[in-house]
Design a binder for this molecule. Structure first.
Ligand code: AMP
Length: 372
């Protein structure tokens, strides 16, 4: 696994359960994934000698984050299969490439313009009716590297703050809610889809995912599956990806972005489905058949950020473990910081409303004062 974060950890947990060995490259041995790995290569992603040594002891490679250099995958591919390959990785690292590729296969995205100067920004915002969202082309996540722009603003000042030679200006999508779908594709071309979830963000960070959601129509489920399949096939993916959408007020879907890996909004599959998104990932990359992705119960995933855990004590934790249908997943991170993803709760119940209420109660029991 390239990367030692929580997505690598949960992949490792799934793979280990079925007896696979698990090696991490590119992080420390006490990283979330490193803690459960057979071995960690604490090396730079462009250290070709270390990559060669890593390739020599593994049979197949995947990645758990999109900010690894494409070159790393290209080097490894000389020795060992890497799934998904560099094409999807490249597109998901660059918002311009990603949206251009999506448009080329007929998938709707927000209207966008490439911006390379304050003049282009001024003109672009004007052409979008005086409003837009300016984003860095690479390395943006959880709302970082983006700004809402209105025509009365000082474009020269804003552009210089961005400190980049290339950015993307997106038209603001008037959406009703946000949803995502996690999908997997296997060596024989077979594609599988989880039930899409509705996602609520707080401070630009995913807070709650709900599945199945009464907000999502049958047509939107079908459209989400079709678009995800189009993307899986276009990039010839073997593995797992997540597509995030805006649900527009006319009942349509617009793709916001693609994650070339399992996704935070798919964590509820760990307890609500027989085969989780991480199990699908190791099955796909190891040439095994798909597991059962049908959801067995209404489920809600709630993230536990540093914010939620500031007042947690062993007694408070014990009271969370008392709650029915609550599954605690922690990532083994030593230091809780505001906004840092420390773990999540999956809650299963008879209805998603009930599950959400239990999830909020769990966070309250940890000592978190909810604003809701
Ligand atoms: P991103 O980092 O691109 O996923 O953006 C973070 C969040 O900003 C999204 O989840 C949306 O809530 C909002 N957002 C981003 N792009 C747009 C857009 N073109 N129109 C409306 N809202 C957006």
């Amino acid at each position: 696994m390239l990367g030692g974060g929580q997505l690598g950890r949960m992949f490792g947990q799934a793979a280990r359960r079925s007896g696979f060995g698990f090696v991490v490259f590119g992080d420390q041995s006490d990283s979330p994934a490193g803690q459960i790995a057979d071995h960690t290569f604490s090396a730079e992603f462009l250290d070709e000698d270390a990559l060669k040594q890593f390739a020599a002891i593994v049979d197949v490679v995947s990645y758990e984050q999109e900010n690894i250099p494409v070159r790393t995958v290209e080097v490894l591919q000389q020795y060992v299969p890497v799934y998904p390959g560099p094409a999807l990785l490249k597109a998901s690292q660059n918002r311009l490439l990603e949206k251009t590729a999506l448009r080329s296969i007929g998938i709707p995205t927000a209207d966008f313009l490439r911006i390379t100067s304050a003049e282009e920004l001024t003109e672009g915002v004007r052409s979008f009716g005086g409003d837009g969202i300016l984003k860095t082309v690479t390395l943006g996540y959880d709302g970082k590297g983006q700004a809402r722009v209105r025509s009365q603003q000082d474009m020269a000042a804003l552009w210089s703050q961005f400190k980049t030679s290339e950015a993307i200006l997106e038209k603001v999508v008037d959406f009703q809610f946000e949803l995502s779908i996690v999908a997997s594709r296997f060596g024989n071309g077979e594609c599988r889809f989880y039930s899409p979830s509705v996602n609520h963000h707080l401070n630009h960070i995913l807070d709650v995912s709900i599945s199945p959601s009464p907000l999502i129509s049958a047509r939107q489920i079908r459209d989400a599956q079709q678009m995800a399949q189009g993307i899986l096939e276009h990039f010839e993916v073997i593995g797992v990806l997540c597509v995030e959408f805006f649900a527009t007020r006319d009942g349509g879907l617009v793709v916001n972005e693609i994650a070339p890996r399992p996704h935070n909004s798919g964590h509820l599959t760990m307890d609500a489905c027989r085969s989780s998104q991480f199990e699908q990932q190791f099955r796909a990359i190891c040439g095994l058949p798909s597991g059962d992705v049908k959801q067995q119960s209404p489920a809600v995933m709630m993230n536990l950020l540093g914010d939620h855990l500031m007042n947690a004590t062993p007694e408070r934790w014990a009271s969370v473990f008392e709650l029915p249908g609550v599954f605690v997943h922690m990532y083994g991170k030593a230091e809780a910081r505001i906004g840092r993803k420390m773990g999540h709760l999956n809650v299963l119940a008879g209805t998603v409303e009930e599950a959400e209420a239990i999830g909020h109660e769990a966070r309250r029991r940890l000592g978190f004062m909810s604003s809701r």
